[in-house]
Ligand binder design. Structure first.
Ligand code: DOR
Ligand code: ZN
Length: 359
């Protein structure tokens, strides 16, 4: 049964990888109209030329999908390139990876050398180029679950206050402190992943360690999850969908010292819908509809989160096409093909309540 139709969503944080993975990964995101593509390839994307050729590879696979590209902040970015950003509609921002903080971040910025990049931030402010931030420190001395909080306190607030006109996105917000930071400052927003809305650290450890729930920033406590959920459910425009779908082959995830990354691309819209259905019941307790997603107000909130707030922040038009949401259960596959290997999706084997298709 079709229950609603909304503007086609965008994924404001996506890892597509390259090489033989690309054919699969691009296809897995095809329900989205556009996505911001992360630049943490090996080697990273640090020039407009590289971004353009990566974008063309993606377009060759699916011309109906609009990849919005980013550069990877390091000293190889030529400052002259920054002034070209405003004239290139598909080039949306620069990603800051603190070195050592996550997958392929070895070319990132040492937090002790962040001030070197202040001259870049000044230009980014001038040319209205958003700074997308992986907001974590990677010091052994800092507790793993406090990496985001410490990065915000020690590094992000100083940048935020020194460059008040710089647009900043705290990517994959994962903590209560992250939510507070975003709410406290203008021109500051956050992407929100399905995993940070639906999982806590219990999902990493309950019944035995589950490497498929390991991502960075790591999923945290019930309190953190609720703080993020509240902003999304109440429709705060600073918080919008960005999946951080980050595929790694199954055998690597299941090995010792396996990499961080949760793969959700092909089922992520459905995961967000499930979130609104599961958590909305107590939040919107004045709605008496039998099925929450049949409530027009709830559907509007979903549409804002998936298809409008991110576009508003980045100054993009809304997509023209729509997707139709059906009340139609489906089981998440145990694995998806990835090049010559396979990848295990989030919540493999679980049944979701809704399915959607491009209208
Ligand atoms: O879990 C993650 N995986 N977090 C990131 O920041 C990077 C990503 C990846 O590229 O695998
Ligand atoms: Zn990411």
């Amino acid at each position: 049964m079709k229950i609603a139709e909304i503007i086609q969503p965008d994924d404001f944080h996506l890892h597509l990888r390259d090489g033989i993975y690309l054919k699969h990964t691009v296809t897995y995101s095809s329900k989205y109209a556009r996505a911001i593509i992360m630049p943490n390839l090996k080697p990273p994307i640090t020039s407009i030329e590289q971004a353009k050729s990566y974008r063309n590879e993606i377009l060759n696979i699916n011309p109906d999908f609009n990849p919005l590209m980013t550069l990877y902040l390091n000293q190889n970015i030529k400052k002259e390139e920054l002034k070209k950003f405003p004239d290139i509609p598909w080039l949306l921002g620069i990603k800051l990876y603190p070195s050592g903080a996550t997958t392929h971040s070895d070319y990132g910025v040492k937090v002790s050398e962040l001030e070197y990049f202040y001259s870049y931030f000044e230009l980014m402010e001038k040319y209205n180029i958003p700074l997308l931030v992986h907001g974590e420190v990677a010091d052994y001395e800092v507790d793993f679950f406090e990496r985001e909080k410490v990065f915000i306190e020690n590094h992000l607030i100083p940048i935020r206050e020194k460059f008040p006109y710089l647009k900043i996105v705290l990517e994959h917000v994962s903590s209560k402190e992250g939510v507070e930071f975003v709410n406290q400052y203008d021109l500051t927003a956050a992407t929100v992943t399905p995993q940070h809305l639906l999982l806590t650290r219990n999902d990493l450890f309950f019944g035995g360690i589950n490497p498929h729930n390991f991502c960075l920033p790591i999923v945290k406590t019930q309190h953190d999850k609720e703080a993020i959920a509240k902003e999304v459910l109440q429709g705060n425009p600073k918080f919008f969908a960005g999946t951080d779908s980050a595929p790694h082959p199954k055998h690597k995830k299941e090995s010792c010292c396996g990499p961080a990354g949760i793969f959700s691309a092909p089922i992520s819209i459905e995961l967000y819908l499930q979130f609104f259905d599961d958590y909305g019941k107590s939040f919107y307790n004045n709605y008496t509809d039998k099925d929450l997603l049949e409530n027009k107000e709830v559907i509007n909130r979903i549409e804002n989160f998936l298809s409008k707030f991110g576009a508003d922040f980045y100054g993009l038009e809304y997509n023209k096409k729509t997707i139709s949401i059906y009340k139609q259960e489906f089981s998440i596959p145990e694995e998806y093909p990835l090049g010559n290997e396979t990848v295990v999706p989030m919540w493999a084997g679980k049944t979701l309540k809704y399915t959607c298709y491009i209208s």
